[in-house]
Design a protein around this ligand. Structure first.
Ligand code: SF4
Ligand code: SF4
Length: 374
């Protein structure tokens, strides 16, 4: 049986830390003491694991861990949040979504505020719960606000197929789902961001496997390792990345072999593309990235909320002073945002990176001295 304590074994952790130190020293000998190796963790849960377990603090001086755009809630653009809010204002609509979305500020309001104003906004734990709400409320349209990466998209696609099988007519999805690999291409291509290696997301990779990341190594010469979420997983991932850099090798590898197969889960990928097709998507901080969005295909149009109700939201605007965009690009550490820990805290979040349970600002605030010293 799976024993989580085996992934927190101090002896193994010390062994990995010694390996990390050894390769960091090897890299310093080759590239000079001043060369800083920038490792970006892509996934929000890695950001949390790193902050919670103090992994950043035990890194050698020439290794820097930077958080990337790994939280699906944080990267959702204001325009999409504003659309969700417009649905919540509509008297015919029941809005359903995951809990993290409620507090996220849009340009002018949040789903929580709309709920306070009388909007029917309900938190669900699965999109299938939204189907049940639709069955119980045949006179209303139930709109599921869908954000997420490849991890959650198969279940959204399966829910849409199920709604069709059930001939359920009052259910629709506002799809703001995104796919990860091309967002990494945009980061790798950004001359303002220095990335030497990537800790790749565990759950996303369970679905897509290893191949979609290969371009990072072949085109951009950036090594990547798919890791799990226990402290030892993260240390092992960092160790494997530094080993590659020290040996001047560059490839994509899997440390999280108990969760990820190289080929991913082709059945889940097939389910996604039965219902969705690729489109461009706007990411907070990264702008519009071609081919990273998922639009509902024409044959499922009746489950596309945008085709069911016409909305005209006001032009989006950015939140004054919030630097979530720079944080998500890995261009600014959260504590350097002028609002961090002052006007922006988990109790009173100004931007999504402080709201979300996987947000970088929330991780730094909760688990690091930057948060405690405020
Ligand atoms: S869904 Fe999984 S892989 Fe994606 S950001 Fe969240 S924890 Fe990471
Ligand atoms: S501290 Fe708050 S305002 Fe600043 S980037 Fe983070 S979430 Fe945005």
């Amino acid at each position: 049986m799976f024993d989580p304590s085996s992934f927190r074994d101090p002896a193994l952790a010390h062994k990995l830390i010694r390996g990390i130190d050894k390769h960091a020293a090897g890299i310093a000998r080759q590239r000079g003491e001043k060369y800083i190796v920038h490792i970006m963790e892509v996934c929000g849960t890695h950001t949390m694991a790193i902050a919670k377990n103090g992994i950043r603090d035990i890194m050698p001086a020439n290794i820097k861990l930077t958080s990337g755009p790994g939280c699906p809630v944080c990267v959702t653009a204001n325009r999409d949040i504003d659309m969700a809010i417009e649905f919540a204002k509509h008297p015919e609509v029941i809005v359903t979504t995951f809990g993290d979305m409620l507090k996220v500020p849009g340009s002018y309001s949040s789903l929580n505020e709309e709920k306070g104003n009388g909007g029917d906004v309900r938190v669900v734990y699965s999109p299938l719960d939204a189907l049940a709400i639709a069955q119980q409320n045949p006179d209303r349209l139930v709109v599921f606000i869908s954000v997420g990466f490849e991890t959650t998209t198969p279940i959204i696609a399966a829910t849409i197929k199920r709604a069709r099988d059930m001939k359920l007519e009052n259910f629709a999805v506002y799809a703001a789902n995104k796919t990860v690999p091309n967002a990494l291409r945009a980061i790798a291509d950004d001359p303002d961001i220095q990335i030497d290696a990537l800790i790749l997301p565990g759950h996303v990779s369970t679905i897509i496997g290893l191949d979609p990341y290969k371009f990072l190594a072949t085109k951009f010469h950036i090594p990547g390792v798919i890791t799990g979420f226990e402290p030892l997983d993260v240390l092992q991932g960092i160790y494997m990345l530094l080993k590659q850099i020290d040996a001047s090798d560059t490839y994509i590898d899997i440390a999280y072999t108990r969760g990820v197969q190289a080929e991913g889960n082709p059945t889940a990928v097939k389910t996604i593309y039965e219902v969705f097709e690729e489109t461009d998507a706007e990411w907070r901080g990264l702008g519009v990235i071609p081919g990273t969005g998922l639009a509902i295909k024409a044959e499922f149009a009746q489950y596309d909320a945008l085709k069911r109700i016409e909305l005209d939201p006001p032009a989006p605007r950015e939140i004054k002073g919030c630097q979530c965009g720079d944080v998500l690009r890995g261009a600014l550490p959260p504590y350097e945002c002028r609002l961090f820990g002052k006007t922006c805290t988990p109790e009173h979040p100004i931007g999504p990176c402080m709201v979300s349970s996987e947000g970088s600002c929330a991780a730094y605030y909760r688990y690091t001295d930057y948060g405690r010293s405020k």
